[in-house]
Design a protein. Structure first.
Lengths: 361, 315
């Protein structure tokens, strides 16, 4: 057990350390070596996508995947790098969404405070980050499997709160007509602007997570994931690291939550209900929690299934399909689609790494 | 906990409750007492469902998030058996058996193959809860099914001082809760199987080393835990009615009961159920749109001071 844990500490850290560049030229050099051809191809592809895709594909499929992927990314960061699988990430996103609706504009005129967007959005993000910190502080007091229970309980309790409460959350009706503001004369909810907006946020989130997991904080977090007692003995403050991870993940989820409200144009208790809490987990696990890109991959598959399920089978049975796919992934490929890809590459291509630590329970 | 801490806790928790009780009793004694009865009867239902959850968790460290779905399954099966045969006792047995069988299948076919991988097991039960929930909607539709109480429990009991009249069925819930609590206590403390389960809770490895077939003990416990959820489903089908979504509600109740009470402890489940029932029902009666906030406050208070729950011990 002890030696196994030691190996588990060593491998991911060794893999994910990106040597911090000392000087500007070094940094440029490092950036150029980090950017390979596939990055350029992918970037050009996503930037030019609006030329090829129909507005429906762009808005309903790709933009929605990016937004859901951003929320799932926060879970990937927490679960994959922090070892804390929280089911409350959609709750945190929903808190940001509700905050934007309550502070800004919505159809519920007696509730909304009609703040301008440059005040409402930052305050909403602060509120959801604080809420995430509280959730984190509550759930990191116990460890492991307790986390999932406590976060699920918090998430479901929040759902019942917004369902019952009419004075702040407008109850069952929720807040309608919540749209992005017109900034620089652009209607941000039109397919192409919204696509670029969500793409910008998604890329920022992706690179933020990539950067954080390579920074000292991220390395310490991964160490805590693999062996909290040893990290504690080394002098790291385990609880503080974990709560900070929750706060950062809460901020990312909050950005996703604001975008999700704008995408839907409304927020109702249903958006923070159990099925959505679980959907975020499904997305993250589907893609694979070992790499930030898994969240977006999982979201794309999820949205495609959701959008085109109607052509393949009864629309009503979507839950059965998504539940079945999730079960199959958990049973046969715990590392998600990325894990499948890795296996395929190992089998087909030349051996890329000598030691490959694929199992983590 | 030393004496001063205990005294401080008693004052901090008991003080506001006493003040509230005195005010509420003076204001409207009937409302207060009816709410008290309602909370205790609801707590019995929560206890029945959550005791199964906590039993499974205590032995296998397995958070069965499909527990709510098993509750709903038991309720539906019980409903249809009662409708066909008219025998309520038979319906209860059928609900118990259906959920127990489903639990046995889950344990033997899926969870046994990933022993020790707690997170993966939990994710499997999440997937199962989605699948079972959707299958139940497919088979039983999304309509509301309301089961009738057996004839000898229909109608109110009259002539109780102050309360005047109270539903006989709701009162019987209290009896069920106590009966199942006593039954579980006898099973765990007076039988050989119970001794094995308790030994397994304390040290699984040692139990296996002592020559006990741990897999069998696990299967029996999982069956019992799932069966209790199903039994709760039949009992709850009369009081709460069966609709998709009740599974979430009972899952939340089970989670909070075991988080507050302490995981793996049946006594803790009873305490947790009582606290949750009181907080929820009094919240609904006295501050309808904020009743969940009371549950939150209880949850946060317990987690802040006793992270492992009131009766919890380090795992």
């Amino acid at each position: 057990m002890k030696s196994g844990a030691a190996a588990a500490v060593a491998t991911p850290v060794a893999v994910s350390i990106a040597h911090p560049a000392r000087s500007a030229s070094n940094r440029f050099e490092a950036m150029r070596s980090a950017v390979s051809l596939r990055h350029v191809v992918v970037l050009a592809g996503v930037l030019l996508l609006p030329l090829a895709a129909t507005p429906f594909m762009l808005f309903q499929v790709v933009a929605q995947s990016l937004v859901l992927g951003l929320i799932a990314l926060s879970l990937t960061f927490l679960g994959g790098y922090g070892g804390m699988v929280s089911l409350a990430q959609m709750t945190v996103a929903g808190i940001a969404g509700y905050a934007v609706a309550v502070l800004g504009f919505s159809s519920a005129t007696e509730i909304s405070l009609r703040w301008p967007w440059w005040a409402a959005i930052p305050v909403a993000l602060v509120i959801c980050s604080l809420a995430a910190t509280l959730v984190g502080w509550l759930s990191v007091r116990t460890e492991g499997i307790y986390t999932i229970m406590i976060t699920l309980a918090i998430g479901v309790a929040f759902y019942y709160l917004v369902l019952q409460n009419y004075s702040v959350f407008n109850g069952f009706q929720g807040m309608r007509e919540v749209y992005p503001p017109k900034v620089f004369g652009v209607a941000w909810r039109d397919p192409v602007p919204f696509y670029y907006l969500s793409l910008g946020c998604a890329l920022a989130g992706y690179f933020l997570v990539r950067w954080v997991v390579g920074a000292p904080f991220g390395i310490a977090l991964q160490g805590i994931r693999d062996n909290p007692r040893r990290m504690n003995a080394l002098g790291f403050h385990v609880v503080a690291h974990r709560v900070a991870a929750y706060a950062l993940a809460g901020f990312i989820a909050g950005v996703g939550g604001v975008l999700f409200v704008w995408y839907n144009g409304l927020i109702t208790p249903g958006s923070v209900g159990t099925s959505w809490l679980i959907n975020i987990l499904v997305i993250a696990v589907l893609g694979g929690m070992k790499h930030p890109i898994g969240a977006f991959l999982g979201a794309l598959v999820f949205v495609l299934l959701q959008t085109f399920a109607i052509d393949l089978f009864d629309r009503e049975r979507f839950n059965l399909v998504i539940g079945g796919v999730f079960l199959a992934i958990v049973l046969f490929s715990p590392d998600g689609l990325l894990g499948l890809w890795e296996k395929l590459r190992l089998r087909l291509g030349p051996a890329q790494r000598l030691s490959h630590n694929s199992r983590r329970s | 906990m030393n004496r001063r801490a205990a005294l401080a806790t008693a004052l901090l928790v008991g003080g506001p409750i006493t003040v509230f009780s005195v005010w509420a009793l003076a204001d409207n004694p009937r409302l207060y007492l009816v709410t008290l009865m309602n909370s205790l009867t609801l707590a019995s239902l929560y206890f029945i469902v959550a005791s199964g959850f906590t039993l499974v968790f205590g032995l296998m460290r397995n958070v069965n998030l499909a527990h709510g779905s098993l509750y709903l399954l038991g309720g539906y099966v019980g409903f249809f058996v009662a409708e066909r045969t008219g025998w309520w006792v038979l319906a209860m047995a059928a609900g118990f058996m259906a959920a127990a069988l489903a639990g046995l299948l889950i344990q033997v076919l899926l969870l046994r193959h990933m022993q020790g991988q707690e997170l993966r097991q939990t994710m499997v039960t999440i997937g199962l809860s989605i699948v079972i929930g959707d299958l139940l909607i497919w088979i039983f539709t999304g309509q509301v099914h309301q089961m009738e109480a057996p004839e000898w429990l229909q109608g109110p009991i009259r002539g109780i001082p102050l309360i005047k009249a109270y539903s006989a069925y709701r009162l019987s819930l209290l009896g069920f809760g106590i009966a199942i609590g006593v039954g579980l206590w006898l099973l765990l403390n007076r039988t050989r199987v119970g001794a094995m389960i308790r030994a397994g809770v304390d040290d699984r490895g040692m139990l296996a080393a002592a020559g006990v077939n741990v897999n069998l003990v696990f299967a029996v416990t999982f069956m019992l835990g799932a069966g209790l959820a199903g039994l709760g489903g039949v009992i709850g089908a009369v009081e709460l009615s069966m609709v998709p979504g009740e599974d979430t509600r009972l899952l939340l109740a089970s989670l909070i009961v075991v988080i507050v009470g302490g995981m793996g402890s049946v006594v803790g489940a009873a305490i947790g159920a009582a606290i949750l029932g009181l907080a929820e029902t009094y919240g609904l009666a006295y501050a309808p749109t904020y009743s969940v906030v009371f549950v939150f406050v209880v949850l946060i208070g317990v987690l802040a001071f006793r992270p492992r729950g009131i009766m919890g011990r380090p795992a």
